[in-house]
Ligand binder design. Sequence first.
Ligand code: LLP
Length: 422
Amino acid sequence: MSSIRSTYTDSVQFFGPTTPQALVEEFGTPLYVYSEKILRQRCRELVSMCSTQGFTVNYSVKANTNPALLSIIREEGLTVDAMSPGELHMDLLAGFTEENIFYISNNISPAEMKNAIARKLLVSVDSLSQLDLYGRLNPGGRVMVRFNPGIGAGHSKKVVTAGKETKFGVCPEDIAEVQKLLDTHNLTLAGATQHIGSLFMQPDGYVAAADFLLDFVKSMPAALQEHLEVIDFGGGFGIPYHKYDHEARLDLAELGAKLDALFAAFIAETGYQGRFLVEPGRYVVAESAVLLGSVEAVKNNGPRRYVGTDLGFNVLVRPAMYDSFHDVEIYGKGTAADRQELVQTLVGNICESGDIMAKERTWPEITEDDIVGVLDAGAYGFSMSSNYNTRPLSAEVLIPLEGSPRLIRRRQTLDDMTATLI
Ligand code: LLP
């Protein structure tokens, strides 16, 4: 079988020695397929973007927590965050040690906070009330505080995580309150963190927010600056989702150079010797996966042509949730030249009309025996999938640098889904 629309995956040799058809035959669909080569490439680009001593790439695991991928990310020298006991469990399974895990919390319970403290993790708290809780649970400890720089950014309102209209961070104006709570509980401020939002393609907003955080740190009372060992600027690094329109990549060299310049000036002025963290999630993993699905039915509804697949929003929710764009490839018999170009809408098998993966795109005609591949599905794909309509979670496969594709998560079974019933 040849491919009808596969220029992108062909150009990066995504499937290596195997083919989408062979993978589907062996593992079924829906299937998340990861490329170790691309994952390592993205990690290396990030690690080498800045040359300042103390520069650290802290992978935000909410994008994808499969331990097989986390182990590769660990080998590439990244640290990781965790924001729940589940994420922490996955980090530990992948071999990360406590000093390489940062607990970046938001509204967590005392039990969860205790768990992070017992593990001796550096915790970032997100409000005065959680700073107080931290102090009561761990008097004399080291803690980080997440600040809200007032500048937000993101690809959708739902992923803007700074500014007054969001729930995140402590207002810089409340620094006196922060100091009071630190004093009350004899705490050391070990870090200042922020995250302004997700998916920027131009460096400037991120650099401006980084500049803001560094200026803010310089304006803190000396006693607070003194023990800082981590300054974390958050994630948000975008990837080009419009692969077939040749969308430009984020210029990491430019971003890195601008950050290096800020760091150098900050070090010169303050003598800071700690770490500078960036915290990308999407950039690390998004492009390392293609989500494969089966075409089960095609139909015309008046002027509209629908292609019905097993890729519902239970499998990949981003298009339904944020109107996100993912490019789609088509693998099937013949060649594109044999097929008519048609406007088609790719939908899933969930009983909701919002169950749309890709709306009104012009592609070669898709037929029932085809396999479709949704590109850039590695970030917030499996990690946001669900059992909606009581469908099992997908399987995940890794194409290693050498050797045969390896199942890194088997497909969930009906018994797995009923295991918690009593
Ligand atoms: N650090 C913190 C504190 C975060 O909350 C996030 C993401 C990141 C880092 C990583 O952001 P990234 O580099 O991946 O943009 N589900 C949405 C994205 C939500 C991001 C939430 N926080 C999506 O599918 O687009």
